[in-house]
Write a protein that binds this ligand. Structure first.
Ligand code: ZN
Length: 334
């Protein structure tokens, strides 16, 4: 990686006993940040009514919504150089499109910092594939966070993703899937996940880099089985929400099983800021190379940031620079 990517980042928000500020020689990239459409930020009430999945998570005022400015302030405050930003998997395909378009415009305003990922509508194969093609043709850097909040991930839901995953494979972009633990306490957004269905779809798309959010709901434990390890050989785990879910030991255990290159810092901002994850890393005694990899280098490698052919700070699709609205519609034969 070039020197230009090794920015010095100051991580604030440390517990006072540790001193107010610490400096890390590391490029921090957040792999998991949510931005919802402006009219939803303005008044979420009608959307809570019209979209039961959205309502199940966001009807509580504890579920914060943030603006583009909030995200940039967050990144600046914590020395986060780049972030993958995405919306919500709305049931209404029109709202998915609107959310993706606003993500794209945020990226266009800050191409060096905002890495746009496209959400897809939940459960409707046709609109979902159309939007998948539109966004990837337009230059989005991946899909995510894909989720099935209203009834959970069933085998049929994973299978319905297949055509979009083929597009991701063609464009060589990663796919972030929301996965949560099948056991433990309940929280808004916690859904049943068919692990067998998940492994089946990952196996069927062996050339796609999957990022399973929230430490993959613990699925990595099964990678101690050789046949599962083989299936998960290109699968990454993000750390989103881990301070709410796991003992800090999870970082080392997951890295031991999956490989240290497979763990990606993701905050789920505005749910939690970077400092909570840094605290977990410290509690787990993770520093040096391992910390640097988790906080950004692994994702930089995955997205090929800073490689020779990278002129904008990002390696995006061939149609980079074009508005996704102008991109070609999904062709039947593609
Ligand atoms: Zn999630």
């Amino acid at each position: 990686m070039g020197d230009r990517l090794l920015a010095t980042s100051t991580v604030e928000g440390m517990p006072s006993g540790h001193g107010a500020r610490r400096t890390y020689e590391v490029m921090i990239i957040d792999s998991h940040v949510h931005l919802l459409p402006r009219r939803v930020q303005h008044d979420r009430t009608p959307f809570c009514r019209s979209d039961s999945a959205f309502g199940s998570i966001y009807s509580s005022s504890k579920a914060k919504l943030v603006s583009e400015t909030d995200i940039l302030h967050y990144m600046d405050r914590y020395g986060i150089e780049k972030a993958i930003v995405f919306g919500f998997p709305w049931e209404d395909p029109g709202l998915v499109r609107e959310n993706n378009d606003e993500i794209w415009s945020f990226h266009q305003k800050h191409p060096e910092r905002i890495i746009p990922f496209a959400v897809l509508t939940s459960g409707q194969r046709e609109p979902s594939l159309k939007e998948a093609a539109r966004t990837l043709e337009g230059g989005f850097a991946g899909f995510g966070e894909l989720a099935m909040y209203h009834h959970g991930w069933r085998l049929a839901d994973f299978e319905a993703l297949s055509p979009s995953l083929q597009l991701a494979q063609m464009k060589r972009v990663p796919v972030i899937i929301h996965v949560n633990e099948p056991v433990g306490h309940h929280y808004p957004g916690k859904i049943p996940v068919d692990f067998r269905g998940l492994l089946r779809i990952i196996k069927a798309h062996a050339e796609v880099d999957f990022i399973l959010a929230h430490f993959g709901g613990g699925i990595f434990v099964y990678a101690l089985m050789p046949e599962v390890a083989k299936i998960l050989s290109r699968t990454y785990l993000d750390t989103a929400a881990s301070p709410y879910l796991y003992d800090p030991k999870v970082f080392r255990v997951a890295a031991d099983i999956m490989g240290v290159d497979k763990i990606l810092f993701g905050s789920d901002y505005p749910l939690l800021p970077l400092s909570r994850y840094v605290k977990q890393l410290e509690e787990a005694g993770i520093d040096g190379d391992m910390r640097e990899r988790i906080l950004g280098r692994n994702l930089a490698d995955l997205l090929k940031l800073g490689k020779d052919n990278d002129t904008s700070g990002l390696v995006l699709g061939t149609d980079f620079g074009r508005s996704p609205s102008e991109a070609v519609e999904c062709r039947e034969d593609s």
